[in-house]
Design a protein. Structure first.
Length: 385
């Protein structure tokens, strides 16, 4: 089958198996080039198939020599209906193949990471194959969660009052205004259920109860804060309330399992093109501007550069700010970067977005997520999906 990108809004409904493998290979090559550091050896990554989760798995495997287990919920292909698998499915298959070829243990589980069944399946595998894990990376980014017989969904809304600002319409690269509505209290609570720390805490609790987590283990979850212009939709919005819960969970985990010497961290990462961020109003425009400015200042990082720096530099040094956050957004939030973005924000338009922002870089990263636009991949080739 010849696989071409089919883009609808902020989603690509196809993925290229060879392109996804090329994406994984490039990330692996980057980490190999950084050498190795002393770090975790048995790592569970929950949400391991794309973006920061995949980059985390690659960083600990190739940067620390760790064995890894990954959990993700990805779609298999349907050749009869000419439907490709999801990008995460191909990414995971490629990572497993390359890791095993390089002598690294890699085992993956495809299913609902929120479910009790998946927790049991993974814990049984840890006890059987490893005995215990020494690190848990929580990188779940799901739109909904089923609890018992009820499914709750997260929303991308404000709290308090509606918020109007500029955004980039990904359907046509036009700069438009968008008004983000206010979330109800129920929507906020549901967003916390999906994107907060409840499931992270459940994983850690179940791992300890099963004696499948080492004393002195480390667990890390991911967040974002961003500049003032995105605060109403992110930091102070419904998703921000979930991220506050995630932060509170990190403190509670360390306290609850202090007798087991558990360390729990929140890493505040940089704004990047991911399947999650592309869906957030205002953020795509901000990302295109931040790409431009950070590339000009020699500060730009993608997911793999961020995660290599996290697991090979920041985390080993326990480098945290006054609130205990690991600030991987430290370069993004530099005054030289943010002042330039603030200057450009008011003048950027549909006509000058190509000059003010890195719209080409945005779209390259978008297509790369699904295995497209790699110059050394022959997209006219008939591939096995």
């Amino acid at each position: 089958m010849i696989v071409e990108p089919k883009v609808k809004g902020f989603i690509c409904t196809t993925a290229h198996p060879k392109g996804c493998a090329e994406s994984v290979r490039r990330q692996i090559d980057y980490v190999k080039g950084k050498g190795r550091v002393n770090g975790p050896k048995k790592v569970l990554v929950i949400g391991s198939s794309t973006g920061y989760g995949l980059a985390s798995r690659i960083a600990v495997a190739y940067g620390c020599g760790a064995d890894t287990m990954g959990v993700a919920f990805e779609k298999e292909s349907n050749p009869e209906k000419k439907r490709t698998a999801s990008a995460g499915w191909y990414n995971t298959a490629a990572f497993e193949e390359m890791a095993k070829k390089d002598g690294l243990y890699a085992r993956s589980f495809n299913g609902d990471g929120f479910s009790d069944e998946m927790k049991k399946q993974v814990i049984d595998a840890i006890k059987s194959d490893w005995g215990k894990a020494d690190m848990v990376i929580y990188s779940m980014a799901a739109p909904r969660r089923t609890i018992g017989d009820k499914t709750v969904s997260s929303v991308l809304k404000t709290t308090g009052e509606p918020y109007t600002n500029r955004t980039l319409d990904l359907r046509n690269n036009e700069i438009t205004e968008v008004t983000v509505p206010v979330a109800t209290e129920e929507e906020i609570q549901n967003t916390i259920k999906v994107m907060g720390g409840e499931d992270w805490e459940a994983w850690i609790r179940e791992l300890f109860l099963a004696d499948a987590l080492e004393d002195g283990a480390v667990t890390v979850a991911y967040s974002y804060i961003g500049p003032i212009m995105t605060h109403p939709i992110y930091k102070d919005g419904s998703i921000g309330q979930a991220k506050k819960h995630l932060y509170e969970t990190s403190k509670r985990l360390a306290e609850t399992f202090s007798d087991r010497k558990l360390e729990a961290f929140i890493s505040v990462n940089k704004a990047l093109v991911t399947q999650s961020s592309a869906a957030i109003p205002i953020v795509p425009l901000y990302i295109s501007l931040v790409y431009k400015v950070m590339k000009e200042q020699g500060l730009h990082e993608g997911c793999i550069e961020q995660m290599a720096r996290l697991f090979m530099e920041k985390l080993p040094a326990r480098e945290v700010d006054g609130e205990g956050y690991i600030r991987m957004d430290d370069w993004e939030m530099r005054k030289s970067v943010q002042s330039e973005i603030a200057r450009v924000w008011e003048s950027v338009s549909t006509e000058n977005i190509g000059e003010c922002g890195d719209i080409d870089g945005y779209w390259d990263d978008f297509y790369h997520m699904f295995g497209f636009r790699y110059e050394n991949v022959d997209y006219s080739e008939d591939v096995e999906i």
